[in-house]
Design a protein around this ligand. Structure first.
Ligand SMILES: *[C@@H]1O[C@H](CO)[C@@H](O)[C@H](O)[C@H]1NC(C)=O
Ligand SMILES: *[C@@H]1O[C@H](CO)[C@@H](O)[C@H](O)[C@H]1NC(C)=O
Ligand SMILES: *[C@@H]1O[C@H](CO)[C@@H](O)[C@H](O)[C@H]1NC(C)=O
Ligand SMILES: *[C@@H]1O[C@H](CO)[C@@H](O)[C@H](O)[C@H]1NC(C)=O
Ligand SMILES: *[C@@H]1O[C@H](CO)[C@@H](O)[C@H](O)[C@H]1NC(C)=O
Ligand SMILES: *[C@@H]1O[C@H](CO)[C@@H](O)[C@H](O)[C@H]1NC(C)=O
Ligand SMILES: *[C@@H]1O[C@H](CO)[C@@H](O)[C@H](O)[C@H]1NC(C)=O
Length: 329
């Protein structure tokens, strides 16, 4: 039995955390934090029932709606020239699944197997996969759209269940995306036929959390309640951020410290992301587009120049850096 005196409830797989009005210290057997579309049977979310129907429209993922997020700003980030950044975490019923880009993905088998290796039997990929499958209904695209957008899938590997979360490929992709697919192909980067079956590496074309009939968002509220800049991301950063309760005012919003690039190895790893992006954009796949580099500018070639550019422009959320969760206990 886990015994935690808890005064704050932290939202979902995202990064924010807010204190509850409830001031009683209590003990709990289990604490479910968010969960979103991750097959939760119980919805624990902070925020109102937002009935704005635009939440359901895929096009609205490109529009900013401040009222759907926590109003939390990070502390200054020294690794990014002391800027502060908003913490984008959903604060309506549905949580992150109500505000995200509807990208329906899973980690690689090795990600989950690492949980098991850390001493959690039953949390490896093969043990979890039946539950992943059970939670969603996958509807394949029509032959016409599969051919038009090179969609591939493998129901036997990754789906087969009839859960509430609807997963499908959209009947529309932005014009020009074929250049990017062809560029990955030119580099010899493999595109798995099915990324949700434990092979989330390479060039991934994931389906969306999208109802195949109404073409609207399928998210934690509809399923369980009602019935960025072109900079690559750092996948395994060494820098660590924190979320702490504000000890001088526990009812205040939490103190979010991204800590981006606080470990010098991360900036050393990020510099080649820029040199790679340059190489990528010079591939034959893009040749007839006649593109020229705007940012940071072809004249910025030194490592210090690129590092300065990264510190000016990197989105802290392009690196998942929140750790040290033990402090919440
Ligand atoms: C716990 O909460 C209840 C209901 O809000 C309140 O009546 C009670 O006084 C609280 N107990 C403590 C120890 O704060
Ligand atoms: C939103 O809809 C729910 C029922 O689904 C209702 O209880 C709630 O009052 C509505 N909220 C607003 C602001 O209209
Ligand atoms: C967000 O928080 C800031 C600082 O606490 C406050 O000044 C501002 O009015 C809040 N904005 C909204 C939309 O609540
Ligand atoms: C960021 O803030 C720290 C602490 O105030 C200061 O020492 C440092 O010089 C600042 N960095 C920049 C780039 O302004
Ligand atoms: C689909 O694949 C073919 C062959 O690799 C390629 O020529 C075409 O551009 C691709 N289409 C899209 C939309 O990615
Ligand atoms: C913590 O809360 C106090 C009191 O509301 C406030 O003055 C202070 O700015 C907060 N600290 C941070 C880092 O937000
Ligand atoms: C690169 O060129 C741009 C525009 O031509 C200029 O604004 C910038 O200062 C230059 N940067 C360096 C490092 O020379």
């Amino acid at each position: 039995m886990v015994q935690l005196p808890i005064r704050s409830l932290c939202a979902a797989s995202l990064v924010a955390c807010t204190t509850l009005a409830q001031q009683n210290a209590s003990t709990y057997d289990y604490i479910i934090v968010g969960g979103g579309t991750a097959d939760s049977v119980l919805v624990v979310e902070y925020g109102p029932l937002n009935n704005d129907s635009s939440i359901l429209l895929p096009s609205e993922t490109l529009v900013s709606h401040a009222d759907r997020y926590y109003n939390i700003t990070s502390v200054p980030i020294p690794g990014l020239l002391n800027v502060t950044r908003p913490v984008l975490a959903g604060a309506i019923v549905g949580g992150g699944s109500a505000v995200n880009g509807m990208f329906f993905d899973r980690g690689s088998a090795s990600d989950y197997d690492a949980w098991e290796t850390l001493g959690n039997p039953g949390w490896g990929f093969q043990s979890l996969l039946p539950y992943f499958n059970k939670g969603v209904t996958f509807t394949p695209p029509s032959a016409q759209f599969a051919e038009m957008y090179n969609y591939t899938w493998d129901i036997g590997k990754a789906y087969g269940g009839q859960g509430e979360v609807q997963v499908s490929f959209p009947p529309y992709q932005f014009p020009g995306q074929e250049y990017v697919w062809n560029a990955w192909n030119e580099l010899g980067i493999k595109k798995p036929d099915e990324a949700a079956g434990g092979e989330a590496v390479g060039a991934i074309q994931a389906p969306s959390a999208l109802d195949p009939v109404t073409r609207t968002r399928s998210y934690a509220r509809t399923t369980h309640y009602d019935g960025v800049p072109g900079i690559p991301s750092l996948e395994r950063p060494l820098s660590r951020g924190t979320i702490n309760i504000n000890t001088s005012d526990p009812a205040n919003v939490p103190i979010v410290d991204y800590g981006t690039f606080s470990n010098p190895l991360d900036i050393a790893v990020a510099i080649p992301l820029v040199t790679f992006a340059r190489k990528f954009n010079k591939l034959n796949a893009f040749a007839n587009l006649g593109a020229t580099e705007i940012s940071p500018g072809a004249n910025v070639t030194s490592e210090t120049g690129i590092a300065e550019f990264l510190r000016r422009s990197f989105a802290p959320t392009a690196a998942d850096i929140i750790k040290e969760r033990t402090e919440w206990a």
